[in-house]
Design a protein around this ligand. Sequence first.
Ligand code: DQQ
Length: 580
Amino acid sequence: MAIRTWTWVVFLLLALVSSSSPSCLAAEAPSSPQQPSAAADDLAVDDGLRTGYHFQPPKHWINDPNGVMYYKGVYHLFYQYNPKGAVWGNIVWAHAVSTDLVDWVMLPPAIYPTAPFDVNGCWSGSATVLPDGTPVIMYTGIDGENRQVQNVAYPKDLSDPYLREWVKPDYNPVISPGPGMNAAAFRDPTTAWLGPDGLWRLVIGTKDNHRGLAVLYRSRDFKRWAPANRALHSGDTGMWECPDFYPVNDTKHVLKVSLDLTRFEYYTLGEYDRDTDTYTPDPSLADGNDGLRYDYGNFYASKTFLDTSKQQQRVLWGWANESDSTADDIRKGWAGVQAIPRKVTLSPDGRQLVQWPVAEIESLRGAHVNVTDVLVKSGHHFEVAGLASASQADVEAAFQVMDMDMDKAEAFDPAWRGVDAQAVCAARGADAKGGVGPFGLWVLASGDGGQEERTAVFFRVFKDGDGGKHVVLMCNDPSMSSKADGLYKPTFAGFVDVDLAKTGGKIALRTLIDHSVVESFGEYGKTCILSRVYPTKAVGDKARLYVFNNGESDVKVTHLNAYEMRSAKITSDTAEQTST
Ligand code: DQQ
């Protein structure tokens, strides 16, 4: 950790040098406002719980991923960033590039307030690669009257492989809120797509009173945009932020929105008629607050891009906020991380998306421990020992319920059908004894058998769900995650669409552990939960990993592989300094 602190100090000093270099944008930007730089206002960053392989800048606040794209062999990650502190504000587009989605080169901010059309902030948006190969960013600017308008920016120098500098044409804004529209809620344009008529389309999030809307705009030249007569979709769920719209196969599209009111994200799967610009969500799937979610935990303002380096793989980025206090964030000097980029596919039955960490992340796997066919009797737990540190690890496990009749499973209360999984799990946490389950992992656990601190990631199986099938609930219970005060410790949960009769009672769990991040994938990515936790004892090499079974039925760990994870290399733009 100390080494990481020092390398960041070196990075910040180098960033200072680079920001005064005549070759960088700061020297060419108008004298006021200036391009923000990584100023040496306060070099003290508490790195105790900083992540090793989840994306984080050296310090300060980050939120939404923006303009993610793959362009000529380079992945670009822009993100909302406060260059002045660890709380939201002074928002610019920070910029980092990578060739493998694992190691990152940090660049100076790419888009920052310079003009009347974005003088009060450069909020979220997306990138589109035009047919001639030129990338264009469309983002929300907060103008001098605090109206939300959409602006474009183009790379200054296409021969720069990192696309460091972006130019905003004088004709901005290109889309302004029309008469009767809510100018304080009109933001976050999607990546654009070309229709059969040769016109570009994109979607912007807005609201009309309590109705969230994904409004459609069209353009021939990416400069003059006209609203369509009707929205692509809407819902009685408050402001729709950060819409994302993309095909998942030849017949289905995904429309995802981030709900400002609940801070959760929902998506529908549906059919999109390209000729009429009509999107029809699958009527057999829930919409609105009961709908499908990418992640049932702390994951927001996400955005996908098409990774054209791999057979058209769709990759999802999402932001995980802190869940400690603002005072803690200021003391730490940093706030916010990006989730591990996830490959997104449609499930074989076409009824949900499935997500999996991009394969590249496995290049960070180091020493590993293997457990095979270990029975965990009712009420027992065991340590997965042998990792030098279980605070930075990738754990893949498969559990098998031994009582295949599942006689002991708790009955599924029909009243829960309309209730979200989170409420069920909040009432039945990891320590509430069950019939089949709770069983799973205690991660970031203290060495005393997790008595002082542990975060539980687990399954609980109920019987007599729809059609007499078993119902599998996946939970993340952080109630014992930390001895510290003032933390927000919500239990997160989602149901898992797995038929245990068909899997022979088996269910899989993968958990990425990264100091203050617990990012879990149930049944190979059908249900995902990201949680932020702040242990005080289970830190660094003091963190342990356990398997537990708090149900009446015995459970077998058919296999478990726990890998230590190396840190990602975070390099400044000007020198090969690493964070490891
Ligand atoms: N964050 C941005 C907005 C977006 C919100 C501002 C979502 O553009 O709606 O930082 O987190």
